[in-house]
Design a protein around this ligand. Structure first.
Ligand SMILES: [Zn+2]
Ligand SMILES: [Zn+2]
Ligand SMILES: [Zn+2]
Length: 524
């Protein structure tokens, strides 16, 4: 153990000499990147590396996968055999060298915890993938159901600068526009913007941009989505020439969706939409009715997205009511029977799509939108103004704030007014995240038990990980109290983050190596 830990310390020390020589650090060493730290934090890191309880800390950190902000718990638990009542093992936080149990923070956002967000992304990937190809308790028949990848966008609230796939930004003015807006700003932009350009997502004129409507749309986006799913069922039924009730008898529409922020601070919805045949009472799924093809589903999605609307209440007295819709850029592409291709017009491969969705799910407003952006600054200011105005209004009218349709707007300011779920799915789309998480806990427990017995885990030990939880024969009984969140110092947190980043690099390198090996083998 000590030897291993010493090796870890060695690996943890950045190989500055190698970097100075302009060489890439050796793959074996994977030095931690701690170059961005300020002097105080760096001193804390060094103190940790040299501290007497470094072994214990390093153990604790690796046990939570180098979570950046673990939850600290005090207490104890016992594992009990449910059949015999025998106590199989017990654990108390006071027995552990640091005197506290660390648990992963489980944060979805990469900016908050790189390690936990990776676990979340991986689980989301498996969840979405299982809904595409089956597995993990999802019947294999779903892989024969027609499936479409759809992107629903927000409408325009004023022209913004964009990359336009390498074409010029806005070389022509819109039909009714003058060359300059009422504020004297040009309505055209001849530039070709590339990624990273700070102008991207900024309005051509911030005074013309409709910030209140932007805010209202974002706030009601989850309601628009809900209405879209209802409208989609009706649209599909109409195309098949049957009533919605008849459709419900022969098929169900399942979906997995994630929200992604665009540079202009509005969310997009990306969704996988699948049509299954109905589930029988015995739980087996019939194939989707032959008349429902991916092409038909795509056009039903386009029709539904174009026709759905919602009349939003005014933000405050004297404000206008707005009819909200999705943007006109609806993209709905068949996924099924796909093969990998670089042509975006071609069908998309299932794995690729699951990967996209999982990636979007870990982004947040903070990850994907620049805090220095004048546009987002103005959006936040509009939000704050609206909230202040509401409070004055509520105070003046005796109306309970909770009854105000925008009562919670202020609480979602950090999300730029988006209150929906980042990733969500219909109940029968796939396995749930909770089930995947519980399976992982069972895996850890079996791994620990195998270690104690001095044996290695075999495939058959893991076959039933996702099986019905009722078959579980042990029960963990415990009493835990919350002692706080996070590591003791910023230095510890940075060390954990750096270790998580290194683990990721290492995993990616290994994955690349494996791919290469497979390719070499195939070439032989
Ligand atoms: Zn974490
Ligand atoms: Zn531009
Ligand atoms: Zn203007």
């Amino acid at each position: 153990m000590t030897r291993e830990t010493r090796d870890r310390v060695w690996d943890a020390v950045p190989l500055r000499a190698a970097e100075q020589d302009g060489e890439r650090p050796a793959g074996e060493g994977h030095p931690l990147d701690l170059s961005h730290l300020d002097a105080a934090t760096e001193a804390q890191v060094v103190a940790r590396l040299l501290s007497r309880d470094f072994d214990a800390w390093s153990e604790a950190a690796s046990r939570v996968g180098h979570c950046a902000k673990p939850i600290r718990l005090h207490g104890s638990s016992q594992t009990v055999d449910t059949a015999t009542g025998e106590v199989l093992s017990s654990f108390s936080s006071s027995d552990s060298p640091l005197g506290v149990l660390h648990v992963r923070c489980g944060n979805r956002r990469a900016a908050d915890c790189p390690s936990c967000s990776r676990v979340y992304a991986a689980d989301t990937f498996h969840l979405i993938r299982a809904g595409v190809v089956g597995g993990k308790g999802v019947p294999a028949q779903v892989s024969e159901s027609p499936m479409v990848f759809a992107t629903l966008t927000a409408p325009s609230f004023g022209p913004v600068h964009g990359t336009r796939n390498g074409r010029r930004c806005r070389p022509y003015r819109a039909k009714d526009d003058a060359d300059r807006c009422v504020h004297g700003r040009s309505t055209v932009c001849h530039a070709t913007h590339t990624d990273g350009d700070p102008l991207l997502g900024q309005p051509l004129c911030g005074d013309c941009y409709d910030y209140p409507s932007h805010l209202v749309w974002q706030w009601w986006a989850p309601e628009l989505w809900r209405r879209f799913t209802i409208t989609l069922r009706r649209a599909l039924a109409r195309m098949l020439g049957i009533g919605p009730h008849r459709l419900a008898k022969i098929a169900t529409i399942e979906f997995a969706k994630v929200a992604e922020y665009q540079l202009r601070g509005l969310v997009h919805f990306h969704a996988l939409v699948r049509v299954d045949g109905n589930t029988s009472d015995e739980g087996s799924r019939a194939p989707a009715p032959a008349g429902i093809t991916a092409a038909l589903l795509s056009s039903a999605i386009e029709t539904a997205a174009a026709s759905v609307w919602f009349d939003a209440p005014p933000l405050f007295g004297g404000d206008l009511a707005r009819r909200l819709r999705f943007g006109s850029q609806v993209d709905a592409r068949p996924v099924r029977d796909a093969h990998r291709t670089d042509d975006p017009e071609q069908q998309l491969e299932a794995e690729q799509v699951a990967g996209y969705l999982a990636k979007y799910a870990t982004k947040s407003a903070a990850d994907s939108t620049d805090t220095a952006s004048p546009h987002l600054h103005r959006l936040r200011a509009t939000l704050a103004e609206t909230v202040a105005r509401q409070q004055l209004e509520v105070a003046a009218t005796d109306q309970a704030l909770a009854e105000h349709p925008y009562a919670l707007l202020g609480k979602w300011a950090h999300m730029l007014g988006f209150r929906g779920h980042f990733s969500s799915k219909s109940r029968r789309y796939s396995v749930t995240l909770g089930r995947l998480r519980r399976a992982r806990v069972r895996f850890q427990r079996r791994l620990a038990a195998a270690k104690v017995d001095g044996r290695t885990l075999e495939a058959r030990d893991l076959e039933d990980l996702l099986e019905d939880e009722d078959t579980e024969t042990t029960l963990v009984v415990g009493h835990w109290t919350y002692a706080g969140s996070g590591w003791d110092t910023d230095g510890d947190a940075e060390l954990a983050k750096a270790a998580a980043a290194r683990a990721r690099e290492y995993a990616q390198e290994r994955a690349a190596q494996r791919t290469e090996e497979v390719q070499l083998r195939e070439a032989d």
